[in-house]
Write a protein that binds this ligand. Sequence first.
Ligand SMILES: Nc1nc2c(c(=O)[nH]1)N[C@H]1C(S)=C(S)[C@@H](COP(=O)(O)O)O[C@H]1N2
Ligand SMILES: [Mo]
Length: 522
Amino acid sequence: MRTSRGAWSIAGLVAGFAGLAMAYFLAMVTTIRDAPNVAVAELVVRLTPGPVVERAIKILGDKDKPFLMLVILVLSGLLFAWAGRLARTTWWAPTIVFGVLAVIGGIAVYDQRGATTLDLLPVAAGFATWLVCLSLLTEPLRRHELAVAETEPGLDAADPTHPDHTRRTFLLRAGTMAAVGIGLGVVGRAVGRGRRHVEETRRLLRLPGVTTPDIPKGARVDVPDMTAWATPNDDFYRIDTAFAVPTIEPADWELRIHGMVDREVVINYQQLIARSLTEAWVTLNCVSNEVGGDLIGNAWWSGVRIADLLREAGVQPGADAVLQTSDDGWTCGTPLSVLTDDRDAMLAVAMNGRPLPIDHGFPVRTIVPGLYGYVSACKWVVEMKVTRFADISAYWTEQGWSELGPVKLASRIDVPRGGGEIAAGGAPIAGVAWSQHTGIRSVEISVDDGEWQTATLAEVPSTDTWVQWVAQVDVEPGDHTVVVRATDANGEVQTSEEVDPVPDGATGWHQVDFTATEQDDE
Ligand SMILES: Nc1nc2c(c(=O)[nH]1)N[C@H]1C(S)=C(S)[C@@H](COP(=O)(O)O)O[C@H]1N2
Ligand SMILES: [Mo]
């Protein structure tokens, strides 16, 4: 007696659905819009001629989508079972079946609006899960066939070559995979639902006092391809340690200010947004930003001044730090001084006139002009403990990053990009410079190690933002190099010393190679 075809089909089915569950789970926790099988359904709808879709809707009513999903899952199931049966004779045949399915899933995911290569991760993980699970299941089946064919009577049932043993191994593995798969599905569903609901709440939120940003006159230099002065939310860099970002309903949010204070303050979202709001343009950047890097953005933030809340709590003498904690457990230690002086350190609720995007800390995050994000800009902030630096450690300082994180004076060339082209005989070179809360006095560039040439600065509303600069150059056709340096409002000149981001931010001058080409003047 050999194993029945049924066992091989079951191996294919269990492996197949385990792979789908893995893909679904990853799509939900990495906040990708939906699972690959849903993307396939959408692709099918897009590719189906309109009249057919209308017909289907007429027949099926609002059950059209569940019906299509069911068809896709049943078809997948048949293919999974078939792949399992193929595995009995050829190891590579199921790989091809799964491979083709993965490619279809990948195409469907990639075809979605705004898809990135990262969105392919669930598909790739699902494919890997298929292959691993299938080989874990076919291995005992193969041994079972041998065992049935060759076992001598009287062999102990605990012996690995006994048919009972191989059968048990198979059932145990298949059962475990099914259970883990169901678990992934359930958790993925809960995470996905939570996010969708918070996304909905966020979309419908109206925040009185939050105004839409007006880009200050004169803040932009008029140069083609120049970086936007105000960074749109969708383009704003994102850095955090969260695998699944916290999804917090505003109604559930609460901030506790405690530690070395006279009165503990607990404030909920309604109470927070009922207070008077401060709004300001603030440029936020990451300590990990390399010279010339793009981990920097400028936005119009609306929020409540932290200084006022701390005053109400009554900070006790001896405190010099605030340990901020995020809903996801991430922490940062912020100097008390920057939270209580006259700068716009705030609990921000809106970014560019809209409630904070979930990825950028919804419903509330901290923004402190003049400090790197890792010591100040706590997203999904839920706790502030007034304390002493001597008594605390925080997420990044435990990894060896510096305790204090004031931003360093820096400048960047944006036009031309490295390897780019400009017109020979007269063209603009432009970029940004920043030293938040200190301000930029001047920017200079030098082409091919020539004399420093002073750039023209655009106007900024405060010292808390980056400033755009432009310089007109006149170069011969051919390859050139340009380097930039800034001077801050105190007269300090940006250092040329090249230092890595660890432990407290990179320094060095940004340099760009470019080619100047003759222009036809017609
Ligand atoms: N909860 C939480 N907040 C966080 C971080 C994080 O990992 N978790 N990263 C910080 C770092 S290092 C930076 S540079 C900024 C980035 O903010 P953004 O993602 O909105 O640009 O958030 C800060 N706030
Ligand atoms: Mo950062």
